[in-house]
Design a binder for this molecule. Structure first.
Ligand SMILES: [Zn+2]
Length: 250
């Protein structure tokens, strides 16, 4: 079930049985020569939609622009400042909370968002802790989960791509988007075959170190079949992890 494809009455009904929602969160940033700009937002979105269709879990709209300042040397990248992202996430949470949602599961596709998402959680929890009137408010639970950290997924990626998995524009994430959007498959020769590794600093430094955008990866290995396996396994793990989180002890 997807929030943006539901009516308010359907959301009312959902809330009678569950106070939990999955919000895919990602980034709009370059992903090398054959990866889509939306990769980091599309991966959690595709997996969450699959899980939502299987299980009836409610999936919210994708928070699809994140922290991507280091990719600004490549056309099409859009970034938020950390302070903007924290403010926007706070408004999303407060909006959902007003309707009765209590367990908000941020399902992330971008490593560069992790620090800011955790800072947003600290900011949002502080609002409650510092407001004496909030003492009797319903409990609020926030969770961050990176899709590649769901149980079993990283092992699967390493098995699929023993060489050139890398850390940015990886064959696994590109495969997931190719499964979701088969018309987007691109065949591009990578030179060098496996991209260099190195630290991430600002946009100019990034472009110098990683001229085609990749870090440590060979995403020409990406394909629809691997994407399908990854989406199905991730969706299964997501449903289990989300249900645990929504339980009173979660
Ligand atoms: Zn990515």
């Amino acid at each position: 079930m997807q929030l943006h494809q539901s009516t308010w009455a359907e959301v009312d009904k959902y809330l009678e049985g569950s106070k939990g929602i999955v919000i895919p969160v990602g980034s709009t940033e370059q992903h090398g020569p054959n990866g889509l700009l939306g990769t980091d937002a599309l991966c959690p979105e595709i997996i969450a939609k699959y899980a939502g269709d299987e299980s009836g879990i409610l999936v919210g709209p994708t928070f699809n622009v994140g922290i991507a300042q280091h990719h600004m040397g490549f056309s099409g990248t859009i970034t938020l400042r950390p302070s903007t992202m924290i403010a926007a996430m706070s408004d999303w949470v407060e909006s959902l909370r007003r309707h009765g949602f209590e367990s908000i599961y941020w399902f992330n596709g971008h490593g560069g968002n992790i620090a800011t998402i955790n800072a947003a959680f600290a900011e949002i929890y502080s609002d409650g802790s510092l407001d004496i009137e909030e003492t009797n408010a319903p409990p609020l639970k926030l969770k961050l989960k990176n899709w590649w950290e769901l149980p079993g997924i990283m092992k699967m990626c390493e098995k699929m791509y023993p060489k050139g998995h890398g850390s940015h524009a990886t064959p696994s994430e590109v495969s997931v988007t190719y499964y979701g959007y088969p018309d987007a498959v691109k065949h591009v020769e990578m030179a060098p075959k496996i991209a260099p590794n190195g630290p991430i600093r600002d946009a100019a430094d990034y472009r110098r170190r990683f001229p085609d955008g990749r870090i440590g990866s060979d995403p020409s290995q990406a394909n629809i079949e691997d994407g399908e396996k990854l989406v199905k396994a991730s969706a299964k793990s997501l449903i289990e992890d989300f249900n645990k989180f929504c339980a009173p002890s979660g």
